[in-house]
Design a protein around this ligand. Structure first.
Ligand code: ZN
Length: 234
């Protein structure tokens, strides 16, 4: 999965440029582009207090600049109730119809659709942010980020799980509450990250999920006992 921070800034520049072409005399206070984990190629635009807010599917994050420009022309035309230039529509559509893009969208829909995972930005905790902090602290920042999300239901029995076929870590929504200390959420996420790092071992018919290496690594977690104690009282 791509990391979108830089691409959001670049997309923001494209939107600002198209905006100035369309509305040369209208001041533009700010442009904020955010890539979201939508299941398809969606995009929305709003103008609020002179600032442009754009939300688009992260599946568009890898699109070449002319495609982002076409999308900016489409969205800004709609925003200002102007006819959408046919060439922009055409360029954008052609991109979405490209074989590799379509296959990627199919895959994303399949994975995100079937998993029923909710956005990593929860009501209280952001799993992507938390993942990167733990990644830095315990894995030298070397772990590739899996699909991260909150479960739609607040399960008490399954606080988290790692799903290898989908390469997804899902945490129970029950942890995404202000009264759940961050330490406990971090521990559950860390535990699932270890499942990614130390795959289950198969000894004949026996399947060992928490291997010796896994258990050794888990001891590295700071305030491990405190975290476990919090989870017992959830
Ligand atoms: Zn486990």
């Amino acid at each position: 999965m791509l990391h979108s921070g830089r691409m959001e800034v670049e997309a923001g520049r494209v939107f600002a440029r198209v905006f100035r072409q369309m509305k040369p005399r209208t001041p533009l206070a700010d442009v904020d582009v955010q890539f979201r984990r939508y299941a398809n190629a969606n995009a929305q635009i709003r103008l609020e207090n002179g600032a442009l807010r754009i939300r688009m599917a992260d599946t568009l994050a890898g699109a070449p600049e002319p495609v982002i420009e076409a999308l900016a022309e489409i969205l800004l035309s709609k925003l200002f109730r102007r006819p959408v230039p046919a060439s922009s529509n055409d360029r954008y559509r052609r991109y979405l119809n490209r074989g590799d893009v379509r296959r990627n969208l199919d895959l994303v829909r399949q994975v995100r659709g079937r998993k029923r995972v909710e956005h990593p930005q929860g009501h209280v905790y952001n799993l992507e942010e938390m993942f990167e902090e733990l990644n830095f602290r315990y894995f030298h920042g070397l772990m590739a980020r899996p699909l991260l999300g909150w479960s739609p239901h607040a399960s008490r029995t399954m606080l988290g799980h790692y799903d290898p076929p989908h390469n997804a870590i899902v945490l129970s929504r029950i942890l995404d509450r202000p009264q759940t200390p961050r330490l406990a959420v971090e521990y559950v996420l860390f535990h699932e990250m270890l499942h990614l790092r130390y795959p289950a071992e198969h000894n004949g018919a026996r399947r060992c999920v928490h291997t010796r290496a896994f258990k050794e690594a888990e001891k590295q977690f700071e305030h491990l006992r405190e975290a476990k104690a919090i989870l017992r009282k959830l």
